[in-house]
Design a protein around this ligand. Structure first.
Ligand code: THU
Length: 132
């Protein structure tokens, strides 16, 4: 694994500790690298009204946007569960808003690391350029 990917996974692992997940007890951390080389992270934050839960990936993307960045080149999603998880459908679409088809999605658990391209996880996507 490249040093850059390792660093992203480590950042995601670090923010996973902040996960607020009293209902599912499923902790997730995400860290993304922008095309400018900056890193933004986020954890999942649950709510007693379950539907208001926000995933780690969307938290990281919204943080990136709040800091004025608009493009990500890779995002790591880390859990401490047995196997990896890939971003949910909503997160895939939110990532697509700010990423190209080849954006790298690095999914890591203690036992496994897999790297996908965004268009593998969200083929034939609806994207901003479709409206222009
Ligand atoms: N979750 C994420 O944060 N990211 C994913 O990729 C999968 C699911 C969160 C949402 C919820 O807090 C918990 O994991 C269980 O679904």
């Amino acid at each position: 694994m490249s040093e850059a990917d390792r660093k992203l996974i480590d950042s995601a692992l670090n923010v996973l500790k902040q996960s607020y997940s009293p209902y599912s007890k499923f902790r997730v951390g995400a860290a993304l690298r922008t095309t400018n080389g900056e890193i933004f992270d986020g954890c999942n934050v649950e709510n007693v009204s379950y539907g208001l839960t926000i995933c780690a990936e969307r938290n990281a993307v919204f943080k990136m946007v709040s800091f004025g960045e608009r493009k990500l080149e890779s995002i790591a999603v880390v859990t401490d569960s047995e196997s990896i998880v890939t971003p949910c459908g909503a997160c895939r679409q939110v990532i697509r808003e700010f990423a190209d088809d080849d954006c790298r999605i690095i999914c890591a658990s203690p036992n496994e690391v897999r790297v996908f391209a965004l268009n593998q996880l969200l083929p034939f996507s609806f994207k901003p350029s479709d409206l222009t």
